[in-house]
Design a protein around this ligand. Structure first.
Ligand SMILES: C[S@@+](CC[C@H](N)C(=O)[O-])C[C@H]1O[C@@H](n2cnc3c(N)ncnc32)[C@H](O)[C@@H]1O
Length: 264
């Protein structure tokens, strides 16, 4: 990893050229950052980072000012409009701003809103993809989203829309044989279990994966109708993804193995 730190950074210019890189930090394990993301951090003047970011990543950019804009312990999050304005103001003032976001910035991350705002203010903004928790959290327990003979595809659905409700798409998704991945659904477990039962899918294999890809990774599994009990028994909470589908039968069930994977 030390060698990676030696990538040449952008040539320094004497005049400030405001620009923003919207960087996906990956799902948790800091080694899952992309090389392009790493290079952006190395040339950053300011980094605005979210709550789910492993702060080890900030060690790649000691030259930059680091500003936390995520949810604090008191649950107070900086309003999106303030983040947008801060990002643009810092780019004008200092040059290169990295907006470091969990997973992939364009997947339930409001990344495109931030990009559109920056561009509306005349600031150049590039998207640098990240590995999403969608596939990485299940994968950290050896659950593939597709597998020949078990699942031909997958749905990714939010458990919490802007108005707080569970997406109606879940009912549609459960009528297919594809894997269903639900993000931000931990406070809707009873509702999800109920919908599964209503659609005759109560016995579908189900897993909840918390902190996937990190040394704190944990998983609970069972049947969809028992989602609240699975969470309770294994003391699972956010950040977690819920996976519904036959592919869950392929899970490696020992957290020890998954933690060893995270440490590789
Ligand atoms: C606002 S969304 C951001 C998703 C992110 N952009 C991505 O691509 O992974 C936050 C949700 O992602 C999921 N999540 C993020 N990191 C996770 C992890 N390491 N393990 C399990 N779920 C995770 C949880 O459902 C969490 O509530």
């Amino acid at each position: 990893m030390t060698q990676l730190l030696n990538f040449p950074s952008r040539p320094k210019s004497s005049s400030v050229v405001p620009h923003i890189s919207l960087v996906g930090a990956g799902p948790g394990d800091p080694d899952l950052l992309t090389l392009k993301g790493l290079k952006a951090l190395q040339s950053a003047n300011v980094v605005l980072y979210d709550a789910l970011i492993d702060t080890q990543l900030l060690e790649y950019c000691p030259q930059a000012v680091h500003i936390f804009v995520g949810k604090r312990a008191n649950n107070h999050a900086m309003p999106q409009a303030e983040i947008n304005e801060l990002m643009v103001a810092k780019a004008r003032q200092h040059g290169h701003v990295v907006r470091l976001k969990g997973g992939d910035p364009f997947i339930f991350g409001r990344g495109h809103e931030e990009m559109s705002y920056a561009r509306s203010q005349g600031i150049d903004c590039q998207y640098i993809p990240g590995i999403s928790s969608i596939q990485a959290a299940p994968g950290s327990f050896d659950i593939p989203l597709t597998s020949r003979g078990l699942s031909d595809g997958f749905w990714v659905i939010t458990g919490t829309k802007t108005d707080g409700s569970l997406s109606e798409d879940l009912r549609q998704a459960l009528q297919t044989s594809a894997t269903v991945v639900i993000l931000m659904g931990m406070n809707k477990l009873a509702q999800i279990a109920q919908i599964c039962q209503e659609l005759g899918k109560g016995e579908l294999p189900a897993a909840i994966i918390q902190n996937g890809t990190t040394a704190q990774a944990q998983m609970g599994h069972g049947q969809a109708k028992n989602l609240p009990e699975i969470a309770e028994k294994n003391q699972l909470r956010n950040p977690a993804v819920i996976v519904l589908g036959e592919v869950v039968s392929l899970a490696t069930t020992t957290p020890k193995q998954a933690a060893a994977w995270a440490a590789v």
